[in-house]
Structure formats: structure tokens, C-alpha cells
Ligand binder design. Structure first.
Ligand SMILES: *Cc1c(COP(=O)(O)O)cnc(C)c1O
Length: 244
């Protein structure tokens, strides 16, 4: 008699299927509760630390958007899932010396937060001879500069200038803005601020409409504040073994 061991593929499939449909339903509920339509909000499943087998399961259940935050891990998984028609979102802090690698697999980079990164990404895209890379300005919404340091992101008042640099850069398409809620702060207030930054940018760049905001713990606040993309890992795939 065949028996599945705990954690066996079939069990994992069922687990992911259940969580995924619950998450999709919650996103739709939150959207409707603030007069938005569910299809205005795109779910990016954050697959960092998860095996490629999880990505294949997600794909079977219709997920086409995945997010990764470390270059080496992302590059490996992208190669292992090369047969799948996925959009890869790079959401982690990025060093200029990784840009050549990231542009080989990423469709969207959410974490552009300084001019040097714009230059490095632009150059890497040109060198790779690939189609334009969509780049988002990562905005830091922390209240005080001390907390902001090291968390990535440009201060809100500097975001429009960086957006302009992306828009002018060869090989890059300005997609919009991204943020992570401040530590222990009021997520809704922070995401409202992000929406204001987004509006400033779309004034001059009407197609840069992406607002990437909200994770498993605060996606509801993000949707109410206008997020077009939520990045969710734990809610779909369970707790990660360690915080990264
Ligand atoms: C890990 C991560 C997420 C997903 O977080 P969950 O709590 O697992 O939903 C979203 N955005 C960024 C930038 C991340 O690093």
C-alpha cells in the first residue's frame, strides 16, 4: 500500500491550494470592501527560501507572479523553473555588482533606491541585450532617519527625482513605487503616504501606476491605500524557518 510521508508532495499541494484560495478570497474581500475590484490587485507570491517544487505547485494553481530577494537563490530557481511562464519580481536590497546577474532573470525590480543602481541596471540591461526592465522606486516610510538607515528605500521627498532618472535611463521602464511598512508603525498611514508619492510620480508619468505594498501581515491596509501589487509569502506558503 502506498502511503504519503508527512510533508510529501501531495500533502504540500493540498496545503498550498488551501492557503492560496484563502489568500485570494481575502484579497478580493478587502478590495471589495473599499470599492475596488479584485482584479485591480495582483498577488505576487514571495517564494524566497522555498524550493522550486513549491513554485511548480503554485504554477499549477495559476500563480504567474513570484518574488525573490536574493540574487543567487533567485538565479538558481529561475534556471530550475525555466520551462514555466512566470514573471519574476526582484524585491530585495540590491548591490550594483549583482545587477548583471539580476537582469538575466528579473522582469521587475522593486528595490531601486539610489541613482547608482539606476545606472548599473541600465548598463546591465543594455549589455544583456534584453527587453526593457521594469523598475520601481523603493520608498522608505520609516518615521525617523535612524530607523530608516539600512532598511533600503529613498525618502519620500526624493522619490520623484529618482523616478525621473529611471524614466530617462535606457533599458529601464518606470513602473511605479514600492514600500515596506515601517517597523511597528501605522501601516495604513504609511501606505497612504506611499500613495501620495505615487500620485506625484504619475502626474508626469501616467503609465507608472504600480504601487507595490503589503505583505502577509498588512496587505489589507495596503489594498485600502491603493496597492496594485501585494507581496505575500507566509500567508500562502507557511512560516519561513528563519526571518530573512
Ligand atoms: C519576505 C518579503 C515579503 C513577504 O513577506 P511575508 O510576511 O512572508 O508575506 C514581502 N516583501 C518583501 C520586500 C520581503 O522581503
Amino acid at each position: 500500500m502506498r502511503q504519503e510521508a508527512p510533508g510529501a508532495p501531495q500533502e504540500r499541494r493540498q496545503q498550498i491550494a488551501g492557503r492560496l484560495s484563502a489568500v485570494r478570497a481575502s484579497i478580493a474581500d478587502e478590495a471589495q470592501s473599499c470599492g475596488r475590484s479584485a482584479d485591480e490587485v495582483t498577488l505576487i507570491v514571495v517564494t524566497k527560501t522555498r524550493p522550486p517544487s513549491d513554485i511548480r505547485i503554485l504554477y499549477d494553481f495559476g500563480v504567474r507572479q513570484v518574488g525573490e530577494n536574493r540574487d543567487q537563490e533567485a538565479a538558481e530557481k529561475h534556471a530550475q523553473c525555466a520551462d514555466l511562464d512566470l514573471t519574476w519580481h526582484f524585491i530585495g536590497q540590491l548591490q550594483t555588482n549583482k545587477c548583471a546577474s539580476v537582469v538575466r532573470y528579473a522582469d521587475v525590480v522593486h528595490s531601486v533606491d539610489r541613482p547608482r543602481l539606476v545606472t548599473a541596471l541600465s548598463r546591465a540591461v543594455i549589455q544583456a541585450g534584453r527587453n526593457p526592465l521594469t523598475a520601481l522606486v523603493q520608498v522608505n516610510l520609516d518615521q525617523d532617519d535612524h530607523e530608516a538607515a539600512g532598511r533600503g528605500g529613498v525618502r519620500p521627498d526624493a522619490a520623484p527625482v529618482l523616478a525621473e532618472a529611471i524614466a530617462q535611463a535606457q533599458g529601464l521602464t518606470l513602473g511605479g513605487v514600492m514600500a515596506v511598512a515601517p517597523l511597528g508603525g501605522d501601516a495604513r498611514a504609511a501606505f497612504d503616504r506611499l500613495r501620495e508619492v505615487s500620485e506625484t510620480i504619475t502626474d508626469g508619468h501616467p503609465s507608472a501606476t504600480i504601487i507595490s505594498a503589503g505583505m502577509s501581515g498588512d496587505f489589507a491596509a495596503a489594498i485600502h491605500a491603493g496597492a496594485t501589487h501585494v507581496r505575500m509569502g507566509a500567508a500562502v506558503l507557511g512560516d519561513r524557518p528563519s526571518v530573512r
